[in-house]
Design a protein around this ligand. Structure first.
Ligand code: SF4
Length: 290
């Protein structure tokens, strides 16, 4: 009764039952896995608390990644954001949090892969920063995570969430779409606005290649989470202002899939293209072989 495969299904269920986006995802999960709402909510609360823990650890100054390419950037941005800056407090906090989670991931710490480990900073960055900066409750943040899960499910069902299959557009792009929809829902936006924001975030990421230096999920992954966070928040604000996506969300998911299939294997997590074959990246790759 509550199962959905496309964004259009979700909109229909919302209007037929007079319920919001998060409620559809919650009821679908209960229905599919023969569980109950309390159990699903408890699982999402645990995810939120694991995300918070990763952010807190990642904001410390002494974080060091396994490959030594990143670490300390979250602390640098977070502490520096009190000074003169361009972006403003919500965006800088969200980006600092996103960097924090990716630095913890790259140092083998515990993170929530939402939707993947490589793109694990964007969703917590957006949801936790918006919760804090806009004075929302943890319950509202959990609702946001439910909406994000719904967007991720649709992309997984109709395209892919894997960088090896679809490039970074499928990882960081999907994470941006999930985060944009989560934030829109948390801010009181409608289901249609959530889909519009997610569609615009996919547009902003379409064609993004997967090119990890030396095959490590450090460069460009960490900073791509930072820019993916900015895409999500900008798209959330556009949708909340009533800006719609000319291309509907479901068609953008199809476009992501098609672009992924057109991408050379060199640009899909093989470290044979993009940033991974720049002179600096190749020199680093050689240095760690010695
Ligand atoms: S570049 Fe590849 S490994 Fe890094 S975050 Fe993007 S998809 Fe993941």
């Amino acid at each position: 009764m509550y199962q959905f495969k496309h964004g259009s299904d979700l909109l229909t269920i919302c209007s037929e039952h007079g319920i919001n986006f998060g409620e559809v995802v919650l009821r679908a999960e209960v229905e599919e896995n023969d569980t109950d709402q309390l159990t699903v909510r408890a699982r999402m609360e645990k995810m939120l608390s694991d995300m918070t823990e990763a952010v807190e650890k990642g904001l410390k100054p002494d974080v060091k990644s396994m490959g030594g390419l990143i670490g300390g950037n979250a602390h640098r941005l977070f502490t520096g954001s009190n000074k003169k800056n361009v972006c403003g407090s919500t965006l800088l906090k969200a980006v600092s949090y996103a960097l924090a989670v990716t630095e913890i991931n790259a140092s083998m710490g515990r993170i929530v892969a939402a939707p993947t480990a490589g793109a694990s900073g964007i969703l917590p960055g957006c949801v936790l920063a918006v919760e804090e900066e806009l004075g929302l409750t943890a319950q509202e943040a959990v609702e946001g995570l439910l909406v994000a899960a719904g967007i991720g499910q649709i992309i997984a069902a109709n395209a892919t969430l894997s960088g090896a299959e679809g490039g970074c557009q499928a990882e960081c792009g999907s994470a941006s779409a999930m985060a944009a929809a989560a934030v829109i829902h948390m801010m009181g936006g409608s289901p249609q606005m959530c889909l519009d924001g997610a569609a615009m975030a996919l547009k902003g990421s379409l064609g993004l290649v997967c090119d990890p230096v030396a095959g490590l999920v450090e460069v460009p992954c960490s900073k791509r989470n930072a820019t993916g966070t900015a895409i999500a928040l900008v798209c959330a604000d556009m949708a909340l202002a009533g800006i719609t996506s000319f291309i509907p969300f479901d068609e953008m998911v199809e476009a992501l899939k098609r672009v992924g299939h057109m991408m050379s294997a060199d640009l899909r997590e093989t470290a044979r293209g993009g940033c991974a074959i720049t002179p600096t990246a190749l020199a680093y790759t050689e240095s760690i072989k010695r």
